[in-house]
Design a protein around this ligand. Sequence first.
Ligand code: ACM
Ligand code: ZN
Length: 544
Amino acid sequence: MKRVLNFFLFAAFLFVNYAAALAANLAPIIPAPLKVEVGEGVFVLTAKCRIIADVESKPVAKLLAARLKTATGFSLKIKSANIEPLAGDIVLTTENSNIRLGAEGYQLAVTPRGVVIRATIGAGIFYGSQSLMQLLPPEIFSTKPVAGMTWKIPCVEIFDEPRFPWRGFMLDVSRHFFTVTEVKQVLDLMALYKMNTFHWHLVDDQGWRIQIKKYPKLTSVGAWRDGIGFGLDPKTATAYDRAGRYGGFYTQKQIREVVAYAAERQITVVPEIEMPGHSSAALAAYPQFGCPGVKFSIPTKGGVYTGVYCAANEGTFQFLEDVLAEVAPLFPGKYIHIGGDEVVKSNWNACANCQSLIQSENLKNAHGLQSYFIQRIEKIVSAEGKSLIGWSEIREGGLASSAALMDWIGGGAESAASGHDVVMTPTKFCYFDHYQSTNRAAEPKAIGGFLSLEKVYQFEPVPEKLAPEFHSHVLGGQGNLWTEYVPNLRQVEYMMFPRLGALAEVDWSPKAARDWEDFKSRTLLNEQRLNALGVKYRPLSKPE
Ligand code: ACM
Ligand code: ZN
């Protein structure tokens, strides 16, 4: 008798969980939308469906049609908005959009008769199309045709918009180089989760990665090093030249191509040109912009180096002005990131010119010199029509008036409270180069630390101590992938997933709606999408 009772209890438990999972999985979208109502029935996508798009929505219609074609084999016709929709049509429109939707919000209605995505501009239409993709069976993400599928979409009403305007991911292409094709794949993976800011870390000690026409040695010398370095197996990477040197760079034409590709996916590219520290690669090419007598070379290991520009050399500022004048027009976004982190002060302390500048400018010390340097660069960035953003340390000696702060080791709350915009990327929650397990032996080699999926999910971008009137200065949260131990795209994917999904939900979804168990069930389902895409991820079933 007891066993029978136990069986029934067990069956009831299963049923409850199955029902919960099913309910969650009817709209298993990452990041979770603001409001979802699940209706009765399904819409079935067939080869006869058409996409009807107004002028603003046309680019999204083209991307969506191409996306749907790969797995379904359907060549859906795209029609202009002046025709009457038929049963089975997918309508993308900015007409009669709800004025409560911001620039990035959208409404998505799926009924058995059709699909309508409505938004104020193309950005929202794009995000609606991403949600639609996630409502289809996961096989829709396949990179090859999938036979024998019925492409059902559950009937839903979604009203959605993001919590934060900056939903960022940073890729370091200096420690290891990633080709244009690989960078585009990263952008595609960001777009899947409605991430909208790609911070492209183009410059660091170990390599300069952007062509600057006036200073060709930045890439002929600065983009190449003796080997893969970091103690890694040379075979784990492919970025070598004929002479066996490791590295690479993007031509300005390629940069434009990546920026355009990102824009189609509603992603703004923020270039980072590191200064005054982390500049060994630039100084190996042009040592005259370092403090006199210092020798510079490109390191093949991680760490913090003395590759620092001389702050007392007017030539340095002319050089950086020339560089930024070539960088700025390539990137239509508001911000140029100038780094500013981990500036080793030893050269400045030993340099007679830097020391006399500290005296003549009435600066306290080398920290004051850092502030002097950043403030001069801010004027150059402003003159290019851009805004400066930099890491926590640009606060040393006082933050330049119009600068935004990227907080990795503090200063975000204080800067926001004094009216500066901030992006939150604290190491404790946002460093995707950290291990995903405490059992390091079972993981690919990483730089250190431990950042679990749950920890990312617990991240709150608005600092607790920040008064509500300053909350709007917190632009959002960003994940940073430093690549010392990430020599290839497969490894990038492994470090991104599933953690990027958690970050996307932190950045997009309402704070009150965060639900770890529900997120895990959607993450499990999302593994099927990543399988279809051929993305290497860390499975949820692998113990931490
Ligand atoms: C940093 O991680 N050095 C910004
Ligand atoms: Zn100097």
